[in-house]
Design a protein around this ligand. Structure first.
Ligand code: GLV
Length: 325
């Protein structure tokens, strides 16, 4: 039997490539950048498996370009707004997998970092030092906001939301959360987390941290009206996907002082950044680093590889999103 053709759209950690290579002929993109559409169509031709990254748009055209032998698309990310799962589902022959769990702690670390960076003005402080702007310690110099005893509003208490809440609790914050459904009572009890409506969360939280996936319902979930509902002394943190926030509305709200600050790891048109954000001292901006640790990226690659190998071997994959029955 011929070995399956496994297409990897951009380099992933070596242990993952090694595992894939044991089970098939791996085609790895030679470019250290996302493939263009045309390159992607060419690359996937005849593939049994496609291992893709969050910047690859996977849709009907890609499925058609691959051909009917395609068995699995493995996204090396937990979020899969880049993938048209309905198109995959409707084929009935292609599995789709993601990488939940392995990036929970790393992403929560970044959410907590952004909470601290925004409330304690760390980006601003760093800019003062690096620009050699004169400064001198004083009782009132660059005062931030303490988070102890303040309320963190988690939008979406999934794994990453829970891990962020756990950290915030250790920092002395109270936790409220909103979402489509109420969490397990054991999780609520562990975190001391209170389920509230989205309105109440926005109106009362000192820090709002977004942990919902991006989909049709959550695109621009945070818009001008929602920002106006937040307290003037509140902060917004986004580590999920950029389009969950209407970035221009956020720029306007920060300019007008409708909220006090924002910490963003993700952007609406990554890697393009709204120029308005760049002018704002009270916006902390980091380049999509949520899962960016050596350990986590290795685990993500390995999980995608294990999903791929399991499906090629006719076994149950560890983390399916779309199944073939
Ligand atoms: C990273 O952003 C992911 O969704 O895995």
């Amino acid at each position: 039997m011929s070995r399956p053709r496994i297409v990897v759209t951009r380099r992933i950690p070596q242990p993952a490539l090694d595992l894939l290579a044991e089970h098939g002929d791996v085609w790895l993109s030679p470019h250290d950048r996302p493939l263009t559409r045309e390159e992607l169509f060419d690359a996937v031709k005849g593939a049994d498996a496609i291992v893709c990254l969050l910047h690859d748009a996977i849709d009907d055209e890609v499925l058609d370009a691959a051909g009917p032998q395609l068995k699995v698309i493995a996204n090396v990310a937990v979020g899969y707004n880049n993938v048209n799962t309905k198109a995959i589902e409707s084929r009935g022959t292609v599995w789709f997998t993601n990488t939940p769990g392995v990036l929970t702690e790393a992403t929560a670390d970044i959410a907590m970092s952004l909470i601290l960076m925004t409330t304690r003005r760390l980006g601003e402080g760093e800019r003062v030092i690096r620009s050699e702007t004169p400064w001198v310690w004083s009782m009132f110099y660059m005062l931030g906001t303490g988070i102890q005893g303040k309320t963190l509003g988690i939008v979406g208490l999934g794994l990453i939301g829970q891990a962020t809440a756990r950290r915030a609790k250790a920092f002395g914050m109270e936790i409220i959360y909103s979402g489509r459904r109420q969490a397990d009572p054991a999780i609520e009890a562990e975190l001391g987390a209170k389920y509230v409506s989205f309105d109440e969360l926005l109106e009362t939280a000192d820090v709002v941290s977004l942990h919902c996936p991006l989909n049709d319902e959550t695109k621009h979930l945070i818009n001008a009206d929602r920002l106006a509902q937040m307290r003037e002394d509140a902060y917004l943190v986004n580590t999920t996907r950029g389009p969950v926030v209407d970035e221009q509305a956020l720029v306007d709200a920060l300019r007008k002082g409708e909220i006090k600050g924002a910490g963003l790891d993700v952007f609406e048109e990554e890697p393009k950044i709204n120029p308005g954000l760049l002018e704002l001292e009270n916006a902390v901006l980091i380049p999509h680093l949520g899962s960016a640790t050596i350990e986590t990226r290795t685990e993500m690659g390995l999980l995608a590889a294990k999903n791929t190998v399991a499906i090629l071997n006719g076994e149950e994959p560890p983390s399916p999103v779309v199944r073939v029955s």
